[in-house]
Write a protein that binds this ligand. Sequence first.
Ligand SMILES: Cc1cc2nc3c(=O)[nH]c(=O)nc-3n(C[C@H](O)[C@H](O)[C@H](O)COP(=O)(O)OP(=O)(O)OC[C@H]3O[C@@H](n4cnc5c(N)ncnc54)[C@H](O)[C@@H]3O)c2cc1C
Length: 493
Amino acid sequence: MHDVVIAGAGPVGLFLACELGLAGCSVLVLEREPEPRSPWRSFPLGLRGLSGGSVEAFHRRGLLDPLLTASGVDNVPGTDEPAPPRSVGHFAGTPLDPAGVDLAALPYRLPGPALDGIMTSLEAVETVLARRAAELGVEIRWGAEVSAVTEDDEAVVVRAGEHGYAARWLVGCDGGRSTVRRLAGFGFAGTEPQLTGYVALATLADPEKLRPGFTVTATGMYVTMPEPGHFGVLDFDGGAYDRSRPPTREHLQTVLRRVSGTDVTLTDVRLASSFTDRAMQATTYRRGRVLLAGDAAHIHSPLGGQGLNLGLGDALNLGWKLAATVRGHAPDGLLDTYPAERLPVGAQVLDWSRAQVAVMRPDPHSRAIRAVVRDLLATADGTTYVFRRTSGTSIRYDLGGEHPMAGHNAPDFRLADGTRLGELMRDGRGVVLDFGGRLRDVALRHGSRIRYASGPARADLGVGAVLVRPDGIVAWAGEPDPEAFGKAVTRWF
Ligand SMILES: Cc1cc2nc3c(=O)[nH]c(=O)nc-3n(C[C@H](O)[C@H](O)[C@H](O)COP(=O)(O)OP(=O)(O)OC[C@H]3O[C@@H](n4cnc5c(N)ncnc54)[C@H](O)[C@@H]3O)c2cc1C
């Protein structure tokens, strides 16, 4: 029997598999596709934006360099100087100027090698994670489609093809149409679509008729990517298009002409698919021995590039908690903090995508709101607000505790000897940074589960010590009071 079976070898399933493997769990990943390669996952159609928070998660597991290499991104050496982000992204097609971000409004952001988001591809992310998973002893079965799930008090049995696999836990990371979600009886609730979106790789006879980047028009929105012939288009048809088949060249051309207000001609369509802005979320992420993460737990439009980041955040939050539960040292209720913490974050992302759709709708009221929003976004507060949402720096779990840093992603503290917090987190344990060296005895009592590091910090942001969970969240921060610190350790470890 495996400790955990994961359905789906997408980025979220693989990230979770690595987290569990790192903690010594036996993990089997069942993937429906016969092989990893697909044109939908490689560049250009597999192009995805990773936020600074996601990039930092790779940094903290020692996977940043392989990720940058696989993504074709130059490594940027870490700096000690606060610097604006390289990109903020866009809101409803309005691009934002990174120079407008007010760094003083981001008190828990310290300079480091993983501050900024990057453009990558699903293939690059999955290649790096699959390689790491193999090193950690994770088994991946390709061509294994999960089709039935039964559960009792002791185990879950998962059927894929002719085979049945028993495990203590099953995690559905099997995407937006999740079979695990359906078979295990999860509720899935939200809002129906207003639009149909298309992405395509095509040959255009007259590409100069389309504008570069995002263009919001009177009837929808289109975006042209740097790769010739790679475009997306949003059609506010109430989600009426029949998505059971790939869109034809004729249909795509009709929609693109109507939305762009041009007579652009598509001579050939190599690949095309459609999506909607249907925004739904599982009503809980855990039912008994079955859990959900990633698109299996929430779907929404790809506007603003949030789904992958949200899913990786789920995997990071769940991995160490499930591992501690499997290995029998989890404090009471630890696993249930996964849905408690991640459901609200998912709900916020769904609303963020709904807000963008509402602003882009081609009607006079939305057009009026769009003008107001554009003016607000041009201010430093507006740009900073969007950056906090798209980078994940606005996320703060309600962990109680007095210090405002508790519940936030930990800044990449750097000790006087140059060691960064991110480097101390590679083995997946929690970390205590004790800048004054007064918590050593308490910390060392929990030595196998938390790593202790002491010494002055180059910038300590006014705290004497910080306890960081394995997912990088500050569990406790404050003056080095052994009693308060000890309570925090016992609560999480
Ligand atoms: C056009 C587009 C652009 C996007 N851009 C961005 C972006 O820039 N940034 C961002 O953060 N997000 C973006 N997203 C969203 C992002 O791609 C998804 O949120 C992300 O891929 C979800 O990962 P996942 O692992 O949860 O699911 P998936 O990537 O869907 O992986 C699920 C895996 O499960 C497998 N599977 C399915 N059913 C079964 C079964 N029954 N048994 C076994 N295996 C099964 C599938 O084959 C697949 O490999 C974009 C999405 C689209 C469509």
